[in-house]
Structure formats: structure tokens, C-alpha cells
Design a protein around this ligand. Structure first.
Ligand SMILES: [Cu+2]
Length: 112
């Protein structure tokens, strides 16, 4: 009888975990050409309201847009289409191509 309870409890935990996984938030960074603040505003105002988008970060200096999205509600291709609707070409950046702000600076790392 005790064993059954343990199994039931385990099934519950596994189920809760699977459910949690379904609601996973994914993150993608796109290279987007933006040349002024109005481009940034346009992207911020529109992409933020796209289906499944949780959060976004626009970096005009780095010409990147990082989008956090629910991957059960949307996907990378849908997000690219959302950019296209606004007349922006979004190109996915792989993780190692993303230049983090602190990595742009080479102070303290002088290799000769
Ligand atoms: Cu502009």
C-alpha cells in the first residue's frame, strides 16, 4: 500500500515536471539592422505584443534583438515573420556569434 502511494506521488511529480517543460521559455537573438531610435521603438512596440513573446531586449549599438518566447506558442520562424511584417530582416545569431557587451571591450586582456 505504501509502495503504491510512492508510485502515485512519483507520477505526479513527473507530470508536473513535464507540464513545466511545456511552458519553457526559449531565447533567441537576431541580428537586425536598425539605424535610428524610431526603428528601435517600432520593434519594441510591435514584437513585444507578438503571440508567445515574453520579453525582448533591443540593442541598437550591437544591432541585435533578443527575444524571450514561449516555445509552445510561437517559434523562431514565426518571430522572423513578425520582423518581416515590420520591414526588418532578422537573422538568427548562434550563441557564439552574440557579442556580449562586456566582451566587446578588451581592457585587461592584452595578448601580445
Ligand atoms: Cu530607423
Amino acid at each position: 500500500m505504501k509502495k503504491l502511494l510512492v508510485i502515485a506521488l512519483m507520477a505526479f511529480v513527473i507530470n508536473a515536471y513535464a507540464d513545466d517543460k511545456k511552458k519553457k521559455v526559449a531565447e533567441v537573438t537576431y541580428k537586425v539592422e536598425m539605424d535610428c531610435q524610431s526603428c528601435v521603438n517600432k520593434i519594441t512596440k510591435n514584437i513585444a505584443f507578438e503571440k508567445g513573446v515574453k520579453d525582448l531586449k533591443v540593442d541598437m549599438e550591437g544591432q541585435t534583438v533578443t527575444v524571450k518566447y514561449r516555445d509552445d506558442k510561437t517559434n523562431k520562424e514565426e518571430l522572423v515573420k513578425a520582423f518581416e511584417k515590420l520591414d526588418f530582416k532578422a537573422e538568427e545569431l548562434k550563441e557564439d556569434e552574440v557579442v556580449k557587451p562586456k566582451e566587446k571591450c578588451c581592457e585587461g586582456h592584452h595578448h601580445h
